[in-house]
Design a binder for this molecule. Sequence first.
Ligand code: NAP
Ligand code: G4F
Length: 323
Amino acid sequence: MTKRALITGITGQDGAYLAEFLLKRGYQVHGMVRRSSSENFDRIGHLRDKVQLHQADLLDQLSLVRLVDAVRPHHLYNLAAQSFVPTSFEQPLLTGEFTGLGVTRILEAVRTVDRSIRVYQASSSEMFGSVREEPQTETTPFWPRSPYGVAKVYGHWITVNYRESYDLFACSGILFNHESPLRGKEFVTRKITDAVARIKLGVQKKLKLGNLDALRDWGFAGDYVRAMWMMLHHDRPDDYVIATGQKHSVREFAELAFAHVGLPWEPYVEVDPKFLRPAEVTTLCGDSAKARRVLGWEPEVSFPELVAMMVDADLNRVRKEMA
Ligand code: NAP
Ligand code: G4F
């Protein structure tokens, strides 16, 4: 029997990688997209004839119930969210609606339509915020430092609560930062690799950044969507930290990205206070021992390989744009 998967947030970075991953394994892939006056399918353009797209919105409960009822997925991956931390300080209520309450709406749709649907919730290392211990594990207390982080803590606990209250097969993946050539250009890694490509090719002069000392545990998105799938294939629903266990600073990322095209970083990078946050998460580093032991998950792409992959992809894209 062909397995059906439903992905909310299929137009995002992870949605695109996950759709491709599931198609390769023979799944019938359905994606939820929200209505927009102009289509925003750049990341899944190459998959358009292979995935079935449906309109619904995290803010509209009935649209979610109808969608789940129409698709009747075996697996539902809830990736949709307002995912950019600075925007959550500007739009805290909308972030709470999408990123927090949206999770309850998804779980309610599943509870209403068919409790046997397995659910993956995209939780985040941003929940650890002002970290209580290092490295962070599934039992590290949360101390979120942004409205986004607060909303994700709500999404995490409501997922756990529906698992415990209604016996849903609901997993919360606590994923640390994961990047790729499909990462949005507002996130720091892609902002750097896009600028490096443009500076190398002579169409940009400077790169303005915020906190260069921030430390993150950066992995490759392709490795992380595999972990999502593994969680839903285990015989028991549970929560897992997914991380590489290595942290690097924004400065190191920039240094490596510029070095990849043979340039020094210092002459090109300027600090602009505009990119500092009201409250910062200064360091994150995850311990994914549980996922490695129970699921057999391992990251395959190293930090230098990730930086090189992203710079090369941006060089190719900018070259094409220039031509
Ligand atoms: P992303 O690129 O920002 O994609 C977010 C997706 O959510 C987009 O498809 C977006 O649709 C959709 N969306 C937003 N609001 C919606 C609404 N009201 N109704 C329907 N769809 C809506 O994010 P990502 O990097 O792929 O991350 C996927 C998930 O993992 C997110 O929940 C994120 O918070 C979480 N996460 C990400 C990371 C990471 O490092 N990437 C780490 C931990 C957790 P549009 O295209 O229409 O905007
Ligand atoms: O790339 P970022 O914007 O990612 P952030 O805030 O860590 O959030 C990402 O990872 C979370 C997982 O922990 C996800 F849940 C979330 O959805 C998102 O995908 O910023 C990373 C660090 C921050 O400390 C930030 O202050 O880089 C620092 N930074 C320094 N200069 C900058 C900049 N961030 C951005 N976006 N832009 C800058 O110019």
